[in-house]
Design a protein around this ligand. Structure first.
Ligand SMILES: Nc1ncnc2c1ncn2[C@@H]1O[C@H](COP(=O)(O)OP(=O)(O)OP(=O)(O)O)[C@@H](O)[C@H]1O
Ligand SMILES: [Mg+2]
Length: 218
Protein backbone atom coordinates (compact mmCIF):
# COMPACT_ATOMS: atom_id res chain seq x y z
CA UNK A 1 0.00 0.00 0.00
CA UNK A 2 1.29 3.44 -0.96
CA UNK A 3 -0.99 5.51 1.28
CA UNK A 4 -2.43 4.24 4.57
CA UNK A 5 -4.56 6.29 6.93
CA UNK A 6 -5.54 4.42 10.09
CA UNK A 7 -8.11 5.94 12.43
CA UNK A 8 -6.90 9.35 11.30
CA UNK A 9 -8.47 12.31 13.04
CA UNK A 10 -7.74 15.96 12.35
CA UNK A 11 -8.96 19.07 14.14
CA UNK A 12 -8.47 22.78 13.47
CA UNK A 13 -8.31 23.84 17.13
CA UNK A 14 -11.44 22.31 18.63
CA UNK A 15 -13.17 21.87 15.28
CA UNK A 16 -13.25 18.23 14.15
CA UNK A 17 -12.69 18.02 10.37
CA UNK A 18 -11.56 14.42 9.76
CA UNK A 19 -13.20 11.90 12.05
CA UNK A 20 -11.53 8.49 12.41
CA UNK A 21 -10.72 7.99 8.73
CA UNK A 22 -9.38 4.76 7.26
CA UNK A 23 -8.04 4.75 3.73
CA UNK A 24 -5.67 2.49 1.79
CA UNK A 25 -4.41 3.33 -1.67
CA UNK A 26 -2.36 0.85 -3.68
CA UNK A 27 0.65 1.78 -5.76
CA UNK A 28 -0.45 3.32 -9.09
CA UNK A 29 -4.10 3.25 -8.07
CA UNK A 30 -6.19 6.34 -8.91
CA UNK A 31 -8.81 7.19 -6.31
CA UNK A 32 -11.39 9.97 -6.24
CA UNK A 33 -12.88 11.60 -3.16
CA UNK A 34 -16.14 13.48 -3.50
CA UNK A 35 -17.68 15.83 -0.97
CA UNK A 36 -19.54 19.07 -0.63
CA UNK A 37 -17.90 22.43 0.01
CA UNK A 38 -16.41 22.75 3.49
CA UNK A 39 -16.50 18.98 3.95
CA UNK A 40 -12.76 18.67 4.55
CA UNK A 41 -11.48 17.50 1.14
CA UNK A 42 -8.60 19.99 0.94
CA UNK A 43 -7.74 19.29 4.57
CA UNK A 44 -7.54 15.55 3.87
CA UNK A 45 -5.29 16.20 0.89
CA UNK A 46 -3.00 18.43 2.98
CA UNK A 47 -2.73 15.66 5.58
CA UNK A 48 -1.70 13.17 2.88
CA UNK A 49 0.71 15.79 1.47
CA UNK A 50 2.50 16.02 4.82
CA UNK A 51 1.46 19.64 5.30
CA UNK A 52 -0.62 18.93 8.42
CA UNK A 53 0.02 16.47 11.22
CA UNK A 54 -3.02 14.41 12.21
CA UNK A 55 -4.34 14.78 15.74
CA UNK A 56 -4.80 11.02 16.26
CA UNK A 57 -4.16 7.82 14.33
CA UNK A 58 -1.47 7.13 11.76
CA UNK A 59 -0.72 8.41 8.28
CA UNK A 60 1.84 6.55 6.19
CA UNK A 61 2.76 7.76 2.70
CA UNK A 62 5.21 5.77 0.55
CA UNK A 63 6.31 4.03 3.73
CA UNK A 64 7.08 7.27 5.59
CA UNK A 65 5.35 8.80 8.57
CA UNK A 66 7.44 11.91 9.18
CA UNK A 67 6.20 15.01 7.38
CA UNK A 68 9.52 16.01 5.77
CA UNK A 69 9.93 12.62 4.08
CA UNK A 70 6.27 12.52 3.04
CA UNK A 71 6.57 15.93 1.32
CA UNK A 72 9.37 14.59 -0.89
CA UNK A 73 7.15 11.75 -2.15
CA UNK A 74 4.16 13.82 -3.23
CA UNK A 75 3.43 16.44 -5.86
CA UNK A 76 0.35 18.54 -5.31
CA UNK A 77 -1.86 20.54 -7.68
CA UNK A 78 -4.08 22.67 -5.48
CA UNK A 79 -7.44 24.32 -6.01
CA UNK A 80 -5.83 27.68 -6.68
CA UNK A 81 -2.55 27.16 -8.44
CA UNK A 82 -0.47 28.85 -5.72
CA UNK A 83 2.16 30.43 -7.95
CA UNK A 84 4.99 32.51 -6.52
CA UNK A 85 5.60 36.06 -7.85
CA UNK A 86 8.52 34.84 -9.94
CA UNK A 87 9.14 33.63 -13.50
CA UNK A 88 7.40 30.64 -15.08
CA UNK A 89 10.72 28.80 -14.90
CA UNK A 90 11.21 29.47 -11.19
CA UNK A 91 7.64 28.43 -10.52
CA UNK A 92 8.36 25.09 -12.18
CA UNK A 93 11.72 24.41 -10.48
CA UNK A 94 10.83 25.94 -7.09
CA UNK A 95 14.54 26.45 -6.42
CA UNK A 96 15.51 22.82 -7.08
CA UNK A 97 18.02 21.89 -9.72
CA UNK A 98 16.06 20.51 -12.65
CA UNK A 99 17.72 20.00 -16.02
CA UNK A 100 16.60 22.08 -19.02
CA UNK A 101 15.57 18.90 -20.75
CA UNK A 102 13.26 17.85 -17.93
CA UNK A 103 11.78 21.35 -17.79
CA UNK A 104 11.12 21.20 -21.54
CA UNK A 105 9.41 17.82 -21.17
CA UNK A 106 7.28 19.11 -18.30
CA UNK A 107 6.22 22.16 -20.32
CA UNK A 108 5.21 20.01 -23.27
CA UNK A 109 3.36 17.47 -21.12
CA UNK A 110 1.54 20.34 -19.38
CA UNK A 111 0.38 21.74 -22.76
CA UNK A 112 2.25 24.98 -22.16
CA UNK A 113 4.82 25.00 -24.97
CA UNK A 114 2.99 26.96 -27.67
CA UNK A 115 1.84 29.64 -25.21
CA UNK A 116 5.32 29.99 -23.64
CA UNK A 117 6.94 30.24 -27.09
CA UNK A 118 4.59 33.10 -27.96
CA UNK A 119 5.78 35.18 -24.98
CA UNK A 120 8.59 37.72 -25.63
CA UNK A 121 10.48 36.49 -22.56
CA UNK A 122 9.41 32.88 -22.96
CA UNK A 123 9.89 30.75 -19.87
CA UNK A 124 11.52 33.70 -18.07
CA UNK A 125 8.27 35.69 -18.15
CA UNK A 126 7.07 36.97 -14.79
CA UNK A 127 3.71 35.53 -13.66
CA UNK A 128 2.87 38.58 -11.52
CA UNK A 129 1.67 39.01 -7.95
CA UNK A 130 -0.86 36.25 -7.23
CA UNK A 131 -0.45 35.06 -10.83
CA UNK A 132 -2.12 38.29 -12.07
CA UNK A 133 -0.31 38.19 -15.45
CA UNK A 134 -1.47 34.70 -16.44
CA UNK A 135 -4.94 33.21 -16.88
CA UNK A 136 -6.41 30.68 -14.46
CA UNK A 137 -5.86 27.86 -16.96
CA UNK A 138 -2.27 28.90 -17.64
CA UNK A 139 -1.57 29.16 -13.90
CA UNK A 140 -3.04 25.71 -13.38
CA UNK A 141 -0.89 24.25 -16.15
CA UNK A 142 2.24 25.87 -14.66
CA UNK A 143 1.35 24.14 -11.38
CA UNK A 144 0.94 20.87 -13.31
CA UNK A 145 4.33 21.38 -15.03
CA UNK A 146 5.86 21.88 -11.56
CA UNK A 147 4.32 18.60 -10.40
CA UNK A 148 5.51 16.79 -13.55
CA UNK A 149 9.05 18.14 -13.10
CA UNK A 150 9.10 16.96 -9.48
CA UNK A 151 8.47 13.42 -10.73
CA UNK A 152 7.10 12.22 -7.38
CA UNK A 153 5.43 8.80 -7.18
CA UNK A 154 2.28 10.20 -5.58
CA UNK A 155 0.11 12.93 -7.13
CA UNK A 156 -2.51 14.81 -5.13
CA UNK A 157 -5.11 16.80 -7.04
CA UNK A 158 -7.49 19.31 -5.45
CA UNK A 159 -10.17 20.36 -7.96
CA UNK A 160 -7.56 21.19 -10.59
CA UNK A 161 -10.16 22.04 -13.23
CA UNK A 162 -12.98 23.48 -11.14
CA UNK A 163 -12.37 27.17 -11.85
CA UNK A 164 -11.93 26.77 -15.61
CA UNK A 165 -14.22 27.02 -18.61
CA UNK A 166 -14.88 23.80 -20.54
CA UNK A 167 -12.32 24.35 -23.27
CA UNK A 168 -9.52 25.33 -20.89
CA UNK A 169 -10.52 22.49 -18.57
CA UNK A 170 -9.98 20.05 -21.45
CA UNK A 171 -6.42 21.32 -22.03
CA UNK A 172 -5.73 21.03 -18.31
CA UNK A 173 -7.21 17.50 -18.28
CA UNK A 174 -4.78 16.50 -21.02
CA UNK A 175 -1.93 17.91 -18.94
CA UNK A 176 -3.23 15.99 -15.94
CA UNK A 177 -3.31 12.73 -17.87
CA UNK A 178 0.38 13.20 -18.65
CA UNK A 179 1.08 14.00 -14.99
CA UNK A 180 -0.77 11.05 -13.49
CA UNK A 181 0.17 8.22 -15.86
CA UNK A 182 1.73 5.36 -13.87
CA UNK A 183 1.48 7.29 -10.58
CA UNK A 184 -0.57 6.85 -7.44
CA UNK A 185 -3.29 9.50 -7.49
CA UNK A 186 -5.70 10.99 -4.97
CA UNK A 187 -8.10 13.44 -6.62
CA UNK A 188 -10.58 15.38 -4.47
CA UNK A 189 -13.46 17.26 -6.04
CA UNK A 190 -17.13 18.10 -5.70
CA UNK A 191 -17.72 17.16 -9.35
CA UNK A 192 -17.98 13.46 -10.12
CA UNK A 193 -17.56 14.02 -13.87
CA UNK A 194 -13.88 14.94 -13.32
CA UNK A 195 -13.19 11.51 -11.78
CA UNK A 196 -13.58 9.52 -15.00
CA UNK A 197 -10.21 7.72 -14.70
CA UNK A 198 -10.51 6.67 -11.05
CA UNK A 199 -10.34 3.03 -9.98
CA UNK A 200 -12.58 3.74 -7.01
CA UNK A 201 -14.48 6.66 -5.56
CA UNK A 202 -15.11 7.60 -1.93
CA UNK A 203 -17.26 10.25 -0.35
CA UNK A 204 -16.25 12.53 2.53
CA UNK A 205 -19.33 13.48 4.55
CA UNK A 206 -19.58 14.78 8.12
CA UNK A 207 -15.85 14.17 8.59
CA UNK A 208 -16.23 10.45 7.71
CA UNK A 209 -15.09 8.65 4.58
CA UNK A 210 -17.56 6.31 2.83
CA UNK A 211 -17.47 4.18 -0.30
CA UNK A 212 -19.41 6.17 -2.88
CA UNK A 213 -22.81 4.53 -3.21
CA UNK A 214 -23.11 5.34 -6.87
CA UNK A 215 -20.82 4.28 -9.65
CA UNK A 216 -19.99 6.87 -12.24
CA UNK A 217 -21.33 6.16 -15.70
CA UNK A 218 -19.03 7.57 -18.35
N1 LIG B 1 -6.66 26.86 8.34
C1 LIG B 1 -7.89 26.63 8.82
N2 LIG B 1 -8.20 26.96 10.09
C2 LIG B 1 -9.43 26.71 10.59
N3 LIG B 1 -10.44 26.15 9.90
C3 LIG B 1 -10.19 25.80 8.63
C4 LIG B 1 -8.90 26.03 8.01
N4 LIG B 1 -8.96 25.59 6.73
C5 LIG B 1 -10.21 25.11 6.56
N5 LIG B 1 -10.94 25.23 7.69
C6 LIG B 1 -12.34 24.77 7.88
O1 LIG B 1 -12.33 23.35 7.76
C7 LIG B 1 -13.48 22.91 7.06
C8 LIG B 1 -13.03 22.06 5.86
O2 LIG B 1 -12.35 22.88 4.95
P1 LIG B 1 -11.73 22.32 3.59
O3 LIG B 1 -11.06 23.44 2.93
O4 LIG B 1 -10.94 21.11 3.90
O5 LIG B 1 -13.07 21.89 2.81
P2 LIG B 1 -13.27 21.46 1.29
O6 LIG B 1 -14.07 20.19 1.31
O7 LIG B 1 -11.97 21.41 0.61
O8 LIG B 1 -14.18 22.62 0.71
P3 LIG B 1 -14.25 23.22 -0.80
O9 LIG B 1 -15.03 22.22 -1.63
O10 LIG B 1 -15.01 24.49 -0.64
O11 LIG B 1 -12.86 23.42 -1.28
C9 LIG B 1 -14.26 24.16 6.68
O12 LIG B 1 -15.29 24.32 7.60
C10 LIG B 1 -13.24 25.26 6.80
O13 LIG B 1 -13.86 26.46 7.15
MG1 LIG C 1 -11.19 22.45 -0.98
Amino acid sequence: MEIILKNATFKYGEKLILDDINLSVKKQEHIGILGSSGGGKSTLLKVIAGLYEITQGTCSVAGYQDLDSIRKQVAVVMQSAGLFPMSIRDNITCGHFISDERIKEAIEAAQLDSWIHSLPDGINSYVGERASKVSGGQAQRIAIARAIAKDAPIILLDEPTSALDDETARAVMLALQNLTKGKTVVHVTHRIDTLWDCDCIYELRGGKLYDAKFKPSF
